[in-house]
Design a protein around this ligand. Structure first.
Ligand SMILES: N[C@@H](CCC(=O)N[C@@H](CS)C(=O)NCC(=O)O)C(=O)O
Length: 208
């Protein structure tokens, strides 16, 4: 398998960490969605990352769809998410909140880096969305006693939240507030201490 995209993307990193935790071997091509767009276009007309090229040449796009395939390959007993039922629904919702937050954080980066004139209205909206999601995730985590979001072992929800938080911290340091979102800060610290998170990482750099 070939994973295309840089690990300063919360979406690419999330997939890279899942690949690493599953123990699947893969080649990493750290292509930038902007400066390497032409190379990415040979695999993905959207020129977006992550893009995963399977061994037979089939190309998967969208982090959620890529992880769905990896979970299937791993099998229900090893998958990083419950197979069905309430726990699966709740985990998918945490993942959706985290990736939605990451979408808004990425959008703010593009707004500031790529637009000659930024929109205060858009910046305020994205900022409010990010803060509300952080409040919701903090409250959700407070109601869960285990070391990980859904029990004794790390899962997609933990990874998605940590990747979004790390991106937010690196890309928007002014939004950090460990007093308000203390459980999330502790969650990020616990994840970043793991080998998989240390190995699958790259310093943040805005598009140029
Ligand atoms: N919904 C997508 C989001 C991926 C995404 O936003 N990737 C960014 C990098 S962080 C990208 O490729 N941006 C270039 C673009 O959207 O044109 C996913 O989950 O895979």
């Amino acid at each position: 398998m070939i994973l295309i995209g840089q690990y300063d993307s919360p979406f690419v990193r999330r997939v890279g960490i899942a690949l690493r935790l599953y123990g699947f071997s893969f080649e990493h091509r750290p292509w930038s969605a902007f400066s390497d767009a032409d190379k990415i276009a040979q695999f993905n007309p959207l020129r977006r990352v992550p893009t995963l090229v399977l061994d037979d040449g089939e190309v998967l796009i969208e982090s959620g769809a890529i992880l769905d395939h990896l979970d299937e390959r791993a099998g229900p007993s090893r998958a990083l998410i419950a197979d069905n039922g309430a726990e699966r629904r709740q985990a998918l919702k945490v993942c959706a909140l985290a990736t939605g937050l990451a979408d808004k954080a990425v959008s703010l980066i593009y707004e500031r880096a790529l637009h000659a004139h930024t929109s205060d209205r858009w910046i305020e909206r994205c900022t409010a969305q990010i803060q509300s999601v952080l409040d919701a995730l903090e409250a959700d985590r407070a109601g869960r006693a285990g070391p990980w979001w859904f029990g004794a072992s790390i899962g997609h929800a933990d990874i998605a939240v940590a990747c979004a938080l790390r991106f937010l911290r690196d890309g928007h340091p002014a939004l950090r507030d460990d007093a308000r979102w203390g459980r999330l800060a502790a969650h990020l610290e616990r994840c970043e201490a793991l080998d998989a998170f240390r190995e699958i990482a790259q310093p943040f750099s805005p598009p140029s």
